[in-house]
Design a protein around this ligand. Structure first.
Ligand code: GLV
Ligand code: GLV
Length: 332
């Protein structure tokens, strides 16, 4: 019996090959680079046994109801899972709404850790050393001569870096930053992590991290306790010379408060790979600021990483359909 699978986007061929080769899926694909419209998602998922989705698809009770009782597995092409119903788990850290229905969830941890950490370092350096501004000046004729006081920024050597959320990606970021001569590596999170030893990480209260860091790097997942974590109070504690980097989820930040902090000189600069909403409208106030570098959510965007993510997402889906062990099952 063929099992119906709905794929919400054109994805790297690696995953499609695996799904086709398995020979058990009746594949229906939203074959576009643009997100599936809500109505098409609700239609496409009807009677499906499996759903392969992206972080831009909001999967909530309406989608599950549209799918009906066949649905066994949701496999997302992402490590983040906050799009699977806004509030995924309660603060005790248990059960998500999918489990009562017996729906298993696959995701893609580990395989994008290196790519995302690299992008975070690139964004941090680009923001601190003002690369986009410099490139712009070269193009628009603003580069008149070598000037001692022009386009100066901040360096990592001798600095204090604070990582909010020293998980897989946070640790990979810390590992990469340390060799730049970082003096102190602070981190915060729900509990201290033994693996922090490797980077001489000091577990400190959030307040200490925010006050003492020259670079504040957000690498936590979006959850009820991290939503709008970076707000007016948070930015007011940062040094005027410090830099804020976020490559996790936009909703961890109150963007109005960030705009205020950047435009008033309360903090030096910000580099964001994630925003709310995504895409950020081109008229957004943050985009008028020279000291804000915004990227279009490309943390995991290397050819090879996206290929491996695609394959893993397909394999998670197949395992969910056949009731076998998933390579990466989300268990909370
Ligand atoms: C990217 O943000 C992901 O969650 O994979
Ligand atoms: C810079 O190019 C220098 O020579 O100091």
């Amino acid at each position: 019996q063929m099992l119906k699978v709905f794929v919400t986007r054109r994805i790297p061929q690696e995953g499609m090959k695996i799904l086709k080769k398995a020979g058990m899926c009746n594949l229906s694909v939203w074959d576009s680079d643009e997100p599936v419209p809500r109505a098409e998602l609700l239609k496409g998922v009807a009677d499906a046994h499996g759903l392969l989705c992206l972080l831009s698809d909001k999967i909530d009770a309406e989608v599950l109801n549209a799918a009906g009782p066949n649905l066994k597995v949701i496999s997302t092409l992402s490590v983040g899972f906050d799009h699977l119903e806004g509030r995924l788990y309660n603060l005790n850290g248990c059960t998500i709404f999918l489990h009562p229905r017996g729906i298993r969830v696959g995701y893609t941890p580990d395989v994008l850790t290196d790519a995302t950490a690299e992008l975070t370092v690139a964004l941090l350096l680009a923001t601190a050393r003002r690369l986009p501004e410099g490139v712009e000046e070269v193009k628009n004729g603003g580069w008149s001569t070598w000037k001692p006081l022009w386009l100066c920024g901040y360096g990592l050597s001798g600095s204090t870096v604070g990582v909010i959320g020293l998980g897989r990606i946070g640790l990979a970021i810390a590992r990469r930053l340390k060799p730049f001569g970082v003096k102190r590596l602070l981190y915060t999170g729900r509990q201290p992590k033994p693996q922090a030893q490797e980077v001489d990480g000091e577990y400190v209260p959030l307040d200490t991290l925010v006050r003492e860091s020259d670079f504040v790097v957000v690498s936590c997942s979006l959850a009820p306790d991290t939503q709008s974590l970076c707000d007016k109070t948070f930015f007011s504690k940062m040094k005027k010379t410090s830099i804020f980097i976020n490559t996790s989820r936009g909703a961890v930040v109150n963007q109005e408060d960030l705009f205020e902090a950047l435009s008033s000189g309360q903090i030096a600069a910000a580099g964001l790979d994630v925003t709310t909403p995504e895409p950020l409208p081109t008229s957004h106030p943050l985009l008028t600021l020279k000291n804000c570098v915004v990227l279009p959510h490309i943390g995991s965007a290397t050819y090879s990483t996206r290929g491996v993510m695609s394959a893993l997402t397909a394999n998670n889906l197949l395992a969910g359909l056949t009731g076998s062990e998933m390579p990466s099952e989300l268990k909370l």
